[in-house]
Design a protein around this ligand. Structure first.
Ligand SMILES: [Zn+2]
Length: 414
């Protein structure tokens, strides 16, 4: 039975969003949390972008030593052979790629402006897929940008060609959030049946339907006999109005009416990490979680009006569809209201030792030299993120100083 898998694209779509970004250490922490949650794949970066090289290599190293496994780390590039060649030149050991090209006439005419025809697009994509395969890529996705505004017959042809040349998946991009659940279901079902290739759903929220469209598209793929891969971002952060929110997508798969039991996740996803990852992404991006966000918003389990409060006190199921504990909520959190010592780029050893000693599992050093080495890395991490580090980041740096150093090394090309 075909199933649904999650491919989170926060570290690609999320970070390319106007006004928003993450430090390399923050991107790494997100990959670690996604892996802990059981997310199938992280679109973790841009292999042809020079300032990403050390970050990408460091994360592949974490995969090698078993920290970032079993999650797949996949890079996003354009579906042109030059990008594939450059990728394997810069990151020879990258295993998973998504190759992107625009397929709609709007984009072919409006963006390429006569430089490419539909046939050129097909040729670019197939030669890029072939090249990625020749370089030994373990998995390759062919990405149809603006798929929802693409002629369906041409899209089927694109999917068939991708499959013939060795692509593992076709990414259906509703780049402008133009679809609705009814249209995306029909289109994706037809695509799955005719192109016979697993379908990725990449939905945007311009009309407020990103999650609903992802779910309906996944149904279409599965009803068409193919696996579905849903692209998510943490807290829905992405271009313009954003992407499908990771937690809301998982909740919709697990909890929505007549969905569970028929359309299932292909691997175990641990929803109890939801609270932690949503809070971290909110802190790292500097974007508050909306009060009414599904599952993780401050009001997601709050009741005030008489009838609701009375009802939920008698039986939570009267007014709650799922339990807050399932999402990792319910623990009380300590907020310092008095004196506080923070990490910072100009911090010293005394404050640093104080912070490390106060952690849940205090970190101790063999000697002063080691402590100084870690503190120096923490300073650099603060330079990069411009905000105090969270406990998990400090523990990460203390545990993997060599990898942290690589993440924090940004040297512009001559
Ligand atoms: Zn996107």
């Amino acid at each position: 039975m075909p199933a649904i898998y999650l491919i989170d694209v926060t570290n690609r779509d999320g970070v390319q969003t106007a006004r928003l970004g993450l430090s390399k250490l923050e991107k790494t922490m997100l990959n670690i949390y996604l892996n802990e949650m059981g997310v199938f794949q992280s679109e973790f970066g841009f292999p042809t972008t020079h300032h990403e090289t050390n970050y990408i290599e460091a994360n592949l190293e974490l995969a090698e030593i078993g920290v970032l496994t079993p999650i797949r780390l996949e890079g996003w590039i354009r579906a042109i052979v030059e990008d594939v060649e450059q990728t394997f030149q810069m990151i020879p050991n990258i295993n998973h790629l998504n190759l992107s090209i625009s397929t709609s006439d709007q984009m072919i005419n409006g963006k390429f402006q006569g430089r490419k025809t539909r046939d050129d697009v097909l040729k670019d994509m197939t030669t890029a897929v072939t090249a990625a395969r020749a370089h030994g890529a373990e998995s390759v996705g062919a990405n149809a940008e603006d798929a929802s505004r693409t002629d369906l017959n041409y899209l089927v042809e694109f999917g068939q060609a991708a499959k013939e040349h060795g692509a593992d998946r076709l990414r259906y991009c509703d780049t402008l959030g133009y679809d609705n659940p009814f249209t995306i279901y029909e289109t994706v079902r037809t695509l799955a049946e005719k192109a016979e290739i697993p379908i990725e759903l990449h939905c945007h929220n311009d009309l407020g339907m990103a999650v609903a469209n992802s779910i309906a598209g996944a149904m279409g793929a599965i009803d068409g006999g193919q696996d579905a891969y849903i692209n998510t971002t943490v807290n829905g952060i992405g271009e313009r109005a954003g992407n499908a929110d990771l937690i809301a997508v998982i909740l919709a798969i697990k909890k929505s009416k007549e969905f569970a039991g028929t359309y299932e996740l292909g691997n175990n996803v641990d929803l109890s990490k939801a609270w932690k990852i949503a809070k971290f992404a909110s802190y790292a991006f500097g974007v508050p979680i909306p009060i009414n966000q599904p599952g993780v918003g401050a009001n997601a389990f709050a009741h005030e009006s008489g009838i609701h409060a009375d009802g939920v006190l008698k039986d939570p199921e009267n007014y709650e569809l799922y339990d807050y504990e399932e999402l990792g909520r319910g623990e009380s959190e300590l907020v310092e209201t008095g004196r506080e010592i923070c990490t910072g780029e100009y911090g010293g050893i005394s404050g640093f030792s104080h912070i490390m000693g106060k952690m849940e599992i205090p970190v101790k050093w063999q000697n002063r030299e080691k402590a100084n080495e870690i503190m120096e890395l923490v300073r650099y991490a603060n330079v990069e993120s411009q905000k105090p580090l969270v406990e998990d980041q400090l523990v990460f740096i203390a545990k993997y100083p060599g990898i942290a150093k690589k993440l924090l090394t940004l040297t512009p090309l001559e």
